[in-house]
Write a protein of this length. Structure first.
Length: 167
């Protein structure tokens, strides 16, 4: 699963490199007008606001049309917490977290992902850095999560994190 799809560039790389049996792509494609999201790629810079986000969603569906038809790609338009809740526990081989970067959302994505990946599955994601418009929320949440949960650190590099579920 990829949480946070945007225009599908990373989804496309996952498909090409990993060649997964199935890739679940999750994004609400919801325009956020409030100040805190001003610098986010779904904030005030989006041309035409929600209409622009709707166009982005349709472009992703078009981009992956063939893979959607074969069932290799499943696009879920919704919030990660809602979409993940619909899957059984211990379901995914791995989840890549790159959705809402604010601390509370990353904490929630990590906790739910922990339940939803298989034993020895991977919880991975982007922007494990200080700063950013999310004020280091990803790094703070991941650092806490690594201390509290049964995971081992596989890799922390170039803002990417890869954790493996051990419990
Ligand atoms: C940084 S972009 C993702 C980039 C993409 N992973 C890539 O590398 O090409 C963040 C995306 O997260 C989405 N998003 C925001 N809140 C979300 C949430 N609660 N659940 C899932 N996705 C969310 C936004 O709509 C946006 O498209």
């Amino acid at each position: 699963m990829e949480i946070g799809v945007h225009t599908g560039d990373f989804s496309s790389q996952i498909l090409r490199i990993v060649q997964p049996k199935a890739l679940h792509c999750v994004d609400p494609w919801k325009y956020e007008d409030s100040e805190i999201y001003a610098a986010a790629c779904y904030g005030r810079s989006v041309k035409d606001g929600q209409i622009g986000m709707d166009a982005r969603y349709l472009a992703v569906c078009t981009r992956f049309h063939d893979a959607i038809r074969t069932g290799q790609v499943v696009v879920h338009r919704g919030y990660s917490s809602d979409v993940l809740a619909k899957f059984p526990d211990n379901f995914f081989d791995w989840i890549y977290i790159d959705g809402n970067h604010l601390y509370a959302y990353i904490r929630s994505d990590l906790e739910i992902s922990f339940k939803k990946v298989k034993p020895h599955g991977y919880i991975t994601g982007d922007d494990y850095t200080d700063g950013g418009w999310w004020q280091g929320g990803v790094k703070k949440a991941v650092d806490e999560f690594m201390q509290e949960q049964a995971v081992s650190v596989v890799l922390l590099r170039n803002g990417q994190f890869v954790l493996q579920k051990t419990g």
